[in-house]
Ligand binder design. Structure first.
Ligand SMILES: [Zn+2]
Length: 104
């Protein structure tokens, strides 16, 4: 049979408790700012994006090819950071939007 250890317990109340908790560093006190922000689509998001890019009903598509000008740039990504993750969507110049959000 294990021998019971006697752990001393001190209950802190009022000012003593407040002082104790002030000493504990909390991550939430100093939010970390992301440096050199990068975003990458997951494999699943990339598949969905590719499918949508090739198949959505697009007013810029002629003979199966989407053309928005010599420089291209048909798609604009929208990335919104939240406390739960990123809300991600991509919008074509024609106005069609594909939601790529995961994990909500
Ligand atoms: Zn389009």
């Amino acid at each position: 049979m294990k021998k019971k250890r006697n752990i001393p317990v001190k209950i802190l109340r009022g000012k003593e408790a407040r002082e104790f908790f002030k000493k504990i560093p909390l991550d939430s006190e100093k939010p970390k700012e992301p440096k050199n922000f990068r975003f990458q689509l997951s494999d699943e998001q990339q598949k969905k994006y590719d499918r949508w890019r090739k198949r959505h009903k697009c007013s810029f598509r002629k003979n199966g090819i989407r053309y928005v000008g010599a420089a291209g740039g048909a798609d604009t990504f929208h990335i919104t950071g939240t406390g739960l993750g990123y809300i991600v969507s991509v919008e074509c110049s024609c106005g069609s939007i594909c939601d790529l959000t995961e994990g909500f």
